[in-house]
Design a binder for this molecule. Sequence first.
Ligand SMILES: [Zn+2]
Length: 326
Amino acid sequence: MGIFGKSKIDERFSDSDRSRRTVRSRIKSRIIHNNGTGNINLEDAMNQVSLEPEKYTPEVVSDADKEVSVTCSGCNEEIPITLMRRNLYVCPKCGKHLKISAKRRMRNIVDPGTFRRLKCSVPFVNPLDYPEYDEKISQLKDKTGLDEGVLSGVGEIEGEKAVIAVMGSEFLMGSMGIAVGEMITNSFEVADKLKLPLIIFTASGGARMQEGILSLMQMAKTSAAAKKFSEHGGLYISCLTHPTTGGVSASFATLADITLAEPGALIGFAGPRVIEQTIGQKLPEGFQRAEYLETHGFIDQIVDRKDMREVLAHILRLHDKKRRSK
Ligand SMILES: [Zn+2]
């Protein structure tokens, strides 16, 4: 972290060596499901799924970018964008994990050139005739390059194949409407069909109010898909990022075999202010943050963004080994 000397994040990164060892021993002691693959031909099965090639290559830094800086929402420090990018948008000063787009996260996670996007075939619906909803959605599609609030597909992490879905908080706060529910359900079904593990990165404000009750129904739908996938022996890893709240936290986000989270992520159903007003009590320090939830057994391990690829690859390798030995 050159320009800032030894910062908190350096210390945290050296701490994370210890945390990686802990996650390894925890995972080893856990029963990891056998996918029960039989004689599936992965390439044939993948050809039956509608996938589009999408290349994720390292970002090119232009001369104009070198002048740009971003303000950290944790310490208000101005950080050069080039340094932020190198640091995967983790503040080198205070260690705050800033929000990143779904595409950027996917680029950070998958091996370059291995990702194939799952096509979203959900037609747009506006069940409540919500004013200007359709314009908003089409603008967001253009702006974000996403089909809806989820980017999903098949990719490799350190050579280990998996179905990976990433929610985009840049798309209407990652709220879960019909399309998001269908894309998540589809990810479970594709992972089941291909006999691959499933990794979902969640980031969501909850239900999509523009779709009313149909939005809430996605909780039941995605939970049912998670249950079915589990019954078929699939490995599901959930990575909770800031913020994971509302209907997403109350459904598939917290139904995984292994639940990881990014440091400092807000994870909960209702917001802390709403809870305080409802129960008329002050909430404990750090309530609904990843660290609090880890201490109380809700999360298996907090993983720094820069270690996430390695931890996921390690879990996938353990799982694969177990499958092969059966
Ligand atoms: Zn900061």
